[in-house]
Ligand binder design. Sequence first.
Ligand SMILES: [Fe+2]
Length: 379
Amino acid sequence: MYELNLALDVIISAIIIIRSALCMPVTTLLFRIDSDASVFESGDGMYTVIWSTSQPGTGYLTYEYDGEEYTVYDEKNAAIRSDDVIHSVRVPKEHLDSNTYTYHSQHVAVRRAYVSLKGRTVSSKPVDFKGYSGQEEIRALVISDIHENPENAQKAVNCFDVKPDLIIMNGDEVSLMTDKYKFKQVLSYAHRFSEGSIPVLYTRGNHENRGEYGSGAVDIFKTTTGGMYYTCDYGPVHFICLDSGEDKKDSDWTYGGLVDYTSYVARETEWLKTLESAEDARYTVCVTHIPGINNRYGNDWSEILTDLGVDLLVGGHKHRINFEYNKDGAPFYQMLDGGKNGSDRYIATMLTFTQDGINALCYDNEQTMRGEYTFTFEE
Ligand SMILES: [Fe+2]
């Protein structure tokens, strides 16, 4: 029986390998990077660099740090991942800040026990990355709710005459997450506004939960929480990035009885309770998509975030600009970024963190200033 199984396996492998080898000259020519890399915050003092290719292959990052050459692979349980078109490499933040990195992918046509067929390798140009470098004013560009209209977002962003130090993409950048190509759209927006040279803080919107790849897209970030929630720092600013889940109950017909955000958000809430306030931070900012923090699937985040010393909550979802203090009894500011609003204009926001406070300036895609607000705090 063993000999029969072995013979069958060899025959099947031979057929797959011969077929792949015959197609190889064409498929490997078509192999290319189709979404350039962006550098995402992913918690624990780590970045996750993510890009995509037109066909499956490997992904790895090269850079020099502290006199040593590094090659870091997209791997899982010791195997270099080779069957995916989306590639992600997690590296310590200090390795990339004020440094240069290059990302590479090699086409892998087939991978079987003892035999693999690999095609050509494609590489990016070296990318200069600018992390926090002690600058006095820190600018964060908030672009929530792009909803697949990056041209409008671009027109609003063009109104700012200063460049951001980091990008906050707090959800609903696409309207569905039905397959990997939708996640590639998220990657293309992230790269468009960050050029892979500044960090991106991404949180999931309710629309990015909807579709067959909603769950798989979260795994790409390789967070240690296992979910799309993490904390990160940019110099004196501490961020708590949360996944607010959906905007309807699990039992709503929309989800066909196939979601369990109640358990997911309960786990997230337990994680949130384990956090300690960032004593050394000048500001603590909570980034989320849906702003209703006093009832996330029965969990009240207001008190937890208050105890963690949150100064400002940045939300989206409502498609309008809004500034409030003490919303839902939470004694901190809440700012909703505009995204796409009712009149179909898109509103983007530039947050500027200074020693004296946080300034929010908002423009729409018709170059109209839509709001300015300064949040000040007692020492
Ligand atoms: Fe939303």
